[in-house]
Design a protein around this ligand. Structure first.
Ligand SMILES: Cc1cc2nc3c(=O)[nH]c(=O)nc-3n(C[C@H](O)[C@H](O)[C@H](O)COP(=O)(O)OP(=O)(O)OC[C@H]3O[C@@H](n4cnc5c(N)ncnc54)[C@H](O)[C@@H]3O)c2cc1C
Length: 337
């Protein structure tokens, strides 16, 4: 069980800035996110798009904003737990206990939910047999390249992830790249590399077609794909990698006994506490009169929530409001003095 002052659920821009606001008050936080990296919507949905309404930053992309937020919280040496979804939240006296789908457990007097529109999850293959092979021979991400060595891999998708992994894994495995359209969305340069390997017989490209069925008992033996003209083809396969993009699912958050309003959590806008003392909701996921789903609103929300977190984590200390420009204490926490 990992002990901390605050458990932050969500490493989007608001969860990241929460680390800062807690850190300058001397509070330790851990951050858990279902994605494999920090940045939430900014990094997953619009990494290259410019944002024009971050105060004092005339223009920055989603990726630049994430990078700067990570830079700003470096002094706090925060532990991040990626690829983990928080599934369970339960009370133990004045503390909260959190469990993830990786069976990691955390305890703290405070939880800040910065879960945005829910956790990002892969869009799954639609054929019904796929479920039983998931995690054994069907994967939606590559966590360890070694497990894909010397295999016959069918890769589905037309974007960068599908193309990049087709190219990378073709170094040591037989690849079939399958897409429902003739045109690929991924980088033209990668596609031209793949076409060269196709000519050499190292990668096989199948378009326009979709998965029709999967054959096999314990392990996958083959798949059948269906072309637009109605013809079927069987492909000997022992691993499937599918990259159909991500969907956002509110997921387990709705089961934690919090007052919900559609897909958002009701909070008190004085401190962003929910109906459960010590559980706060900030950023896109919270709801209160006048709420705007903007990054700058989330930044304000974590500033206030962190004050209440301090009071709960340090009940015997008095909270003192301080400016970063003049506080020796904050400057020493930031390693500036
Ligand atoms: C195309 C586009 C353009 C935008 N442009 C602007 C703009 O110009 N200006 C602006 O201010 N805003 C803009 N926004 C909105 C802005 O991106 C959001 O307001 C902001 O991302 C909200 O941040 P957040 O940290 O609250 O949530 P998110 O960024 O959604 O991050 C939430 C994180 O929580 C994780 N999570 C959720 N549930 C769990 C769980 N149970 N366990 C583990 N992890 C979980 C998710 O995986 C996700 O990474 C734009 C949005 C889009 C889609």
């Amino acid at each position: 069980m990992i002990k901390t002052d605050v458990i932050i659920i969500g490493a989007g821009p608001v969860g990241l800035f929460a680390v800062h606001q807690l850190g300058i008050k001397g509070l330790k936080a851990v951050v858990i996110d279902n994605l494999d990296k920090a940045g939430g919507q900014c990094i997953e949905l619009y990494p290259d798009k410019p944002i024009y309404d971050i105060p004092a930053v005339p223009e920055c992309t989603g990726e630049e904003l994430t990078k700067n937020l990570l830079e700003q919280i470096k002094p706090f040496k925060t532990d991040f737990f990626f690829n983990e979804r928080v599934d369970e939240v339960k009370q133990n006296n004045n503390n909260w206990e959190v469990k993830t789908n990786n069976n990691n457990e955390f305890t703290a007097p405070n939880i800040i939910i910065a879960g945005g529109v829910g956790s990002f999850e892969p869009r799954k293959l639609s054929v019904k047999e796929s479920e039983k092979f998931e995690g054994k021979s069907i994967f939606y991400a590559v966590k360890n390249k070694e497990t894909f060595k010397n295999k016959k891999i069918s890769i589905f998708g037309g974007g960068d992830s599908a193309l990049d992994w087709a190219l990378e894994l073709s170094k040591f495995s037989k690849i079939t790249l399958i897409h429902r359209r003739n045109e690929f969305r991924g980088a033209p340069h990668t596609l031209s590399e793949i076409k060269k390997l196709e000519k050499k017989g190292k990668i096989s490209i199948k378009t326009p077609c979709q998965l029709e069925s999967i054959e096999g008992d314990e392990d996958i033996k083959s798949i059948t794909i269906k072309f637009e003209d109605g013809k079927n083809e069987k492909i000997i396969t022992d691993r499937i990698l599918s990259f159909f993009g991500l969907i956002m699912k509110l997921g387990p958050i709705s089961e934690w006994g919090l007052n919900m309003n559609k897909k958002t959590i009701e909070v008190n806008s004085e401190n962003f506490q929910t109906n459960k003392k010590g559980i706060f909701a900030v950023g896109d996921i919270c709801n209160y009169p006048g709420k705007l789903k903007l990054i700058l609103s989330g930044f304000h929300e974590v500033a206030l929530a962190s004050v209440e977190c301090f009071k709960r984590a340090r009940p015997n200390e008095k909270y003192r409001f301080e400016f970063t420009t003049s506080s020796k204490n904050i400057q020493s926490i930031l390693g500036k003095k």
